[in-house]
Design a protein around this ligand. Structure first.
Ligand SMILES: NC(=O)c1ccc[n+]([C@@H]2O[C@H](COP(=O)([O-])OP(=O)(O)OC[C@H]3O[C@@H](n4cnc5c(N)ncnc54)[C@H](OP(=O)(O)O)[C@@H]3O)[C@@H](O)[C@H]2O)c1
Length: 274
């Protein structure tokens, strides 16, 4: 009866992780969200009655008290242990989507505010999450903790292909990769596998192309052109279904024995980001 806690299951990749994992009735899946009623409605409408799905409410991933409460509620559901902790919730900022860092810094207050929000949600919130759930993970049989990361945080692709957009978001994901490696360094001796996994480029329905300016369309075209140079087979973002299948296969195949503790891997289980 493997148990999973997944954050951010209201939409996108998180909902798809919930859908795929809870498709096996032997799995217990606990989703943490800010909007419990609308998520429960979506689960009921799209997945029907799945008694192995539990939705817990948190005010925000950056609230340590809420995460402690969610961990206590999880104990009541699983009996005290947790097999998989999936840190999926993330703030995907658009502040940095179309400009290089030097241009963003021309608005220092806005830059500061957005950077701080990215760090609060994508890094510090996940530290609180890891800490709140560690006692449960240590009692679990599988002991796997996964951060949903991004290849945008890879320094090599950034410098080899001059990928200048997404700087703030990428910094937060890079910091989270280090946090995850540090937790690995602390807990490897206890048999816990920590991993950062990039799902690839995934269409979660958030970009409304009819709302983009010409300049924004041109920036996306530039970025996708660079992605194509990096990976000539790149055809654009994939569906969440495929991305989540890939990510699950990476976390299933990864192990401390194979030396994966604290690694930052792509959806292919290596350093090929697209
Ligand atoms: N899509 C991609 O191409 C891609 C690529 C690489 C990595 N990722 C990562 O994948 C993860 C999921 O993103 P997505 O693409 O599926 O986007 P998404 O549909 O926008 O999902 C983001 C999820 O995070 C939750 N969330 C955001 N801020 C939060 C906060 N402060 N506290 C609690 N929950 C919060 C959202 O909940 P609400 O509904 O309450 O806002 C939502 O459930 C993120 O970590 C993202 O960085 C995505």
């Amino acid at each position: 009866m493997p148990s999973y806690v997944v954050t951010g299951v209201s939409s996108g990749l998180g909902f798809e992780i919930l859908r795929q994992v809870s498709g096996n009735p032997n799995n217990t899946v606990i989703g943490l969200v800010r909007n419990k009623p609308s998520t429960e409605k979506k689960v009921a409408e799209e997945l029907g009655d799945r008694p192995n799905v539990h939705i817990l409410s948190i005010a925000d991933i950056s609230s340590p008290e809420d995460l402690e409460r969610a961990a206590a509620a999880t104990v009541a559901i699983t009996g005290g242990a947790l097999d998989f902790l999936i840190a999926n919730a993330g703030y995907v900022t658009t502040f940095d989507a179309f400009d290089p860092i030097g241009v963003l810094a021309e608005n220092p207050h806005e830059l500061h505010e957005d950077f701080q929000k990215c760090m609060n949600v994508n890094v510090i919130g996940n530290i609180y999450l890891y800490n709140a759930f560690m006692p449960l993970v240590l009692k679990g049989e599988v002991k796997k903790v996964v951060a949903v990361s991004s290849g945008m945080a890879d320094i090599e692709i950034c410098r080899d292909y001059d990928i200048y957009t997404g700087a703030v978001y990428a910094c937060s994901k890079a910091a989270m990769n280090v946090v995850t490696a540090k937790y690995s360094a602390q807990y490897k001796k206890d048999g816990v596998l920590f991993l950062s996994i990039c799902p690839g480029t995934v269409d979660v329905g958030k970009i409304q192309s009819n709302r983009l300016t010409q300049r924004q369309v041109a920036e996306y075209a530039t970025l996708f052109g660079k992605f194509q140079q990096y990976q000539p087979n790149f055809k654009g973002p994939v569906a969440p279904e495929q991305a989540v299948k890939d990510v699950i296969s990476v976390w299933e195949n990864a192990s401390l024995e194979n030396g994966d503790g604290g690694a930052f891997l792509s959806h292919l289980g290596n350093k090929q980001w697209l």
